[in-house]
Design a protein around this ligand. Structure first.
Ligand code: ATP
Ligand code: MG
Length: 476
């Protein structure tokens, strides 16, 4: 049979229509599960890396290239200086920046680091794709708990947020395997619950994936998803815009004809669909729009603004990028990079705290605490999170203005998207459906109501509207 799959950045769900009745597939005692997978194999560390003669050749080749680039920059610089030395060119001369010249030792060290990072990714790909590793994988919130219990294995959270980016060869292989294992988990669980062979699916997709490559990122993400679904045993899959699926579900429930705007706020993206819905007439989707920001971006900023200060962010001279890398827990490459830094020169107490943050599953614990604090602040004026696992007594606090600051980037993007929808050549909506986990945050309703004053807001089942629409589309 054909099912609907909402493969979300934060949570995934599946449903099917059996004898005309919509059936949600339970994952444990929930109708969705955290999009995370844990592979319990012990994985090699950076310390296990040894330079073989072949790798040494690669290091030498990298150093040669860097030196060539450096020499070229120096030659260009001398030439520009000579030109500027002609009379009346004094001002130009001052504006010519000196190229950075690094010693052979520094270039070699950088080359070794690059090769070591690549080696680690390749080793991890090999370990994870091993058959016994795949069969002992854990999924959902339990995957995160398992990783905290035993950080020697490997955790992948929100892999959807990576597949629109340029991926190094080793990383692409790992991500593909992770997606395959998650989609297999969904297919097998659905098959068991629905009591039928599940061989095809309608899979939700955001209008735009998180990506660094524009439209090419969307193409890549869809192609990775399609390949993973095939490897997971689906013979056929179709994609449907996530907000359009929610609009279809809404249409099938609405008694009277009207124009509805669906606003779906997920963990990774926000997606909107304007549609003519309800009554006896057909469902008419008018257009969908999307922006690749979501609840996870609010978590990231709350993490930087209220947690990372305790590790020295914006204090002293530590570069800001190390904190971004620590906070981006779903980015496997940035996490490996963060764990590879040497903080032994840093001043206390930040040295000890950063070393603790690199250890065990502590970046994941901090990120989870930041998300929980954000959710807490949806209904409470202030909140706190303990970081005892970093240092006894250490904790982060936040109040409403902190949440507002953390959400401001996301809200600005959502507002711009709403403005685009409003100025599109379509009739204005008379109802707005808020869906997606992120729509529970009060700032979302405020932003929507500010653009559409007086238009009635309808709240659906925030986590199930999309998968319900996908399942109904799958049954049509
Ligand atoms: N009460 C709440 N207040 C604020 N945010 C919340 C609340 N409950 C859940 N969230 C946030 O909602 C997001 C998850 O929503 P959802 O499950 O709809 O996303 P998703 O479908 O997995 O992601 P996407 O559609 O972007 O791929 C997370 O960022 C989560 O922190
Ligand atoms: Mg979603």
């Amino acid at each position: 049979m054909r099912i609907g799959i909402d493969f979300g950045t934060s949570y995934s769900a599946a449903a099917g229509v059996v004898d005309g009745t919509l059936v949600h597939v339970p994952f444990g005692d929930q109708s969705q599960f955290r999009t995370a997978a844990y592979f319990p194999r012990e994985l090699p560390e950076g310390d296990d890396f040894e330079l073989t003669p072949a790798l040494e050749d690669e290091v030498l080749a990298l150093v040669r290239t860097s030196k060539r680039d450096q020499d070229r920059a120096l030659r260009d610089h001398r030439q520009r200086l000579a030109q500027a030395a002609r009379p009346n060119n004094q001002a130009d001369r001052l504006a010519i920046p000196e190229p950075v010249v690094q010693s052979d030792d520094a270039l070699t060290q950088q080359a070794v680091n690059t090769i070591r990072r690549r080696w680690l990714q390749e080793q991890h790909a090999r370990e994870i794709t091993a058959r016994d590793s795949l069969s002992s994988a854990q999924f959902g919130e339990g995957a995160i708990d398992a990783y905290i219990d035993d950080p020697r294995g490997r955790l992948f959270q929100s892999p959807k947020s990576m597949i629109g980016f340029k991926l190094l060869p080793g990383v692409q292989e790992v991500v593909q395997t992770v997606l395959t294992s998650i989609l297999s988990h969904i297919r097998i669980t659905a098959q068991r619950h629905l009591g039928q062979d599940v061989d095809s699916a309608v899979v939700g997709r955001p209008v735009h994936f998180k990506s660094s490559m524009g439209a090419a990122g969307d193409e890549q993400a869809l192609s990775i998803l399609r390949d993973a679904a095939t490897a997971a045993g689906f013979d056929h899959i179709d994609f449907l815009y996530e907000p359009e699926a929610a609009a279809l579900d809404y249409h099938l429930r609405a008694a009277d004809r009207h124009v509805v705007l669906v606003v779906d706020i997920g963990g990774g993206t926000c997606d909107l669909c304007l549609a003519q819905a309800g009554g006896a007439q057909d469902f008419v989707p008018l257009q969908s729009w999307g922006d690749a920001t979501g609840g996870g971006d609010v978590d990231y900023w709350l993490n930087l603004l209220r947690f990372m200060g305790h590790f020295g962010r914006n204090i002293g001279t530590s570069p800001n990028h190390i904190y971004s890398e620590a906070a981006m827990v779903s980015d496997v490459v940035r996490q490996t990079t963060f764990k590879g830094y040497d903080f032994s020169d840093y001043a206390p107490p930040y040295r000890e705290r950063l070393l603790a943050l690199q250890a065990e599953a502590n970046t994941v614990r901090v990120a989870r605490a930041a998300e929980q604090l954000k959710i807490h602040l949806s209904t409470q004026a202030e909140g706190a999170a303990s970081m005892d696992y970093i240092e006894p007594g250490l904790g982060a606090t936040a109040q409403q203005p902190d949440l507002a600051a953390a959400a401001s980037f996301f809200i600005a993007r959502l507002d711009r998207l709403l403005e685009t929808v409003q100025s599109a050549p379509f009739p204005q909506p008379s109802r707005i459906l808020l869906t997606g986990g992120g729509s529970s945050a009060p700032y979302v309703a405020q932003a929507v109501q500010a653009r559409y004053p007086g238009v009635a807001l309808v709240r659906g089942e925030p986590s199930l509207a999309i998968v319900s629409g996908l399942a109904k589309a799958a049954a049509m």
